[in-house]
Design a protein around this ligand. Structure first.
Ligand code: AMP
Ligand code: MG
Length: 542
């Protein structure tokens, strides 16, 4: 995450105006630039980035903002009200100190090497240094074409921008490592999209999100140099990344490269375990969408598990192979790390240290997932002898009938340890079931028998009901960005009413709290949303 130092860059603690931000653009200042300055589509060799300015838009209008992100950037929230803010974050104006550029990277898409991809519609504006000394890169997504736009337009539509804006901040509040979002701006322009690639293009509203992260470097940035045999620039980018974002590892050397890879493996395992904890499915875990910092990045056709189904993928492009299904995410991340390891092999010189990193990833994911499950169940530790079976039976019970994962864990926390009546157990859980009428006979007794098994395990630890509930409710969110909620906010926003964006962001600020007046946002997916595009089916067209 962000490097935090105590050195005070600026005196005082009053909030800053936009024009008071200090920039220190390490990426552009320290790494090789593409010498070509025109904005034509091309292969960019021996460079980490191309300088390119955002394309101005007709009528930028701010419709979403994150006050927590402003706070992190020491920004006075009154700045959100200004025309200048909308101008800067819509792409119409640069602040002094900004030096905009698009990054050059490649990637494996759905398992196949795709060559150069790059920021086709993302433009980095610069690195703000906050008072704590942390570097935060500001990046506009949807701000017009770049040399990496290939055949596409460089733009983004409102629906996908709302999804990116809300999910970035929701994940942050859930405690999941993620890139952030500062703002959401309507451009006042139309963008043509064929949402399901089925020959039905239509005009949609254009929008720009300002994403924020310590760095937006991806596995694919390293892969592209390696694939081109450009070892000089590969080394330069690795050295820069270690010095800027992993300074605690020390001066670059073959040993430090191996330690760095291990750290990336560890961070990635942590991110994946968080995804599994909250029921997040990324949808496009291509290597160009894997952050070197272990942050969730590129919110496209992602989705949230409603009924617990390890085989679910929200991405229609992935419907046949289901490579990026919920339950496969740990293995895909391993596959992606393997590609990263391959890319830096020439720097480390030997395979063993890299293999150790990959093995560490697998063992961390396994033990971390077990610890995470123990937390979700309110147990103080995961004990293989008793809990392997408990876990296996739980996953069977969760897939017997459609069971809302989020509601299930919250309700489980409410079952008293001494409860033994089958009817009472099932009544407490009933809200989690999409078809409560199916909870009869064998199904009902299997659910209740697992719960009794679970309660007997809880008893072994002697935790009180109250303490167990508190523990469980700290890791099992009550509120997540359910697919249909995001879609409702989109429907309203497209019709000109942006209030639900603010309301959802507000609820998702405290995902683990009860918030009784906001109960409707914790409700399971309504039937109308089951097969509705945007709720259960998403595509990369955004
Ligand atoms: P994604 O699947 O969103 O990670 O995108 C894969 C690649 O396509 C990246 O290089 C993106 O920058 C690029 N890309 C996606 N959408 C657009 C667009 N509308 N215009 C230009 N490039 C795009
Ligand atoms: Mg991407």
């Amino acid at each position: 995450m962000a490097r935090e130092e105590t050195s005070s860059i600026m005196p005082g603690n009053s909030k800053l105006k936009l024009n008071q931000w200090q920039f220190d653009n390490r990426f552009v200042n320290q790494l090789p630039a593409d010498p070509e300055l025109t904005n034509g589509r091309r292969q960019v060799l021996e460079a980490c980035y191309s300088r390119v300015a955002p394309t101005p838009v007709v009528r930028p209008k701010l419709i979403g903002f994150s006050r927590e992100m402003a706070e992190e950037l020491d920004l006075d929230p009154a700045e959100f009200e200004t025309d200048e803010f909308a101008a800067v974050f819509g792409g119409n104006k640069l602040l002094d100190g900004m030096d905009p550029f698009a990054m050059c990277y490649g990637g494996h898409q759905f398992g196949n090497w795709a060559g150069q991809l790059g920021d086709g519609r993302a433009i980095n504006l610069g690195e703000v240094v906050n008072r704590k000394g942390a570097h935060w890169t500001l990046q506009l997504k949807g701000a017009g074409p770049t040399p990496y736009s290939r055949t596409a337009d460089g733009l983004a539509v409102l629906r996908s921008s709302i999804r990116e804006f809300l999910c970035s901040e929701a994940m942050f509040h859930l405690g999941v490592p993620t890139t952030r979002a500062l703002s959401l701006v309507l451009t006042g322009e139309q963008v043509m999209r064929d949402m399901f690639y089925d020959g039905n293009p239509k005009n949609e509203l254009g929008a720009v999100v300002c994403r924020v992260a310590p760095s937006f470097t991806r596995f694919g940035n390293f892969q592209l140099f390696a694939a081109r045999g450009d070892l000089k620039n590969l080394k330069q980018l690795v050295d820069h990344t270690i010095q800027a974002d992993f300074p605690e590892l020390g001066a670059p050397s073959p040993e430090v490269y191996a330690a760095w890879f291990e750290d990336v493996c560890r961070r990635t395992s942590e991110m994946i375990i968080h995804w599994m904890r909250v029921g997040f499915v990324h949808g496009v875990m291509n290597t160009d969408n894997m952050s070197i910092l272990g942050l969730t990045i590129d919110y496209g056709p992602y989705g949230w598990l409603e009924d617990y189904d390890p085989g679910w993928t929200p991405n229609t492009t992935d419907a046949s192979g289901k490579r990026y299904r919920f339950g496969n995410q740990p293995l895909v991340a391993h596959w992606n790390l393997y590609q990263l390891g391959n890319a830096i092999l020439s720097l480390v010189n030997e395979t063993e240290p890299l293999q150790e990193g990959l093995d560490l990833y697998l063992s961390e994911v396994e033990s971390g997932a077990n610890r995470m499950l123990a937390d979700k169940l309110g147990l103080s530790e995961y004990v293989r002898a008793t809990d392997d079976q408990l876990k296996q039976e739980l996953f069977e019970v969760l897939t017997l009938v459609e069971t809302d994962m989020t509601i299930f864990y919250r309700r489980l926390a409410d079952i008293p340890v001494d409860e033994s009546s089958i009817d009472s157990i099932v009544a407490i859980l009933s809200d989690a079931y999409y078809s409560p009428e199916k909870i009869v006979g064998e199904t009902k007794s299997r659910i209740a028998s697992w719960v009794r098994h679970y309660l007997s395990r809880v008893k072994m630890e002697g935790t009180t009901d109250e303490i167990r509930r508190q523990r469980m409710n700290r890791v099992n969110p009550k509120f997540v960005l359910r697919n249909y909620l995001a879609q409702l906010a989109i429907d309203r926003s497209e019709a000109g009413d942006h209030a639900m964006i603010h309301e959802l962001l507000d609820v998702l600020r405290h995902p683990y709290d009860e918030q009784p007046e906001k109960e409707k946002f914790a409700a399971k997916r309504p039937e109308w949303a089951r097969h509705r595009p945007g709720c259960s089916m998403l595509s990369c067209s955004s």
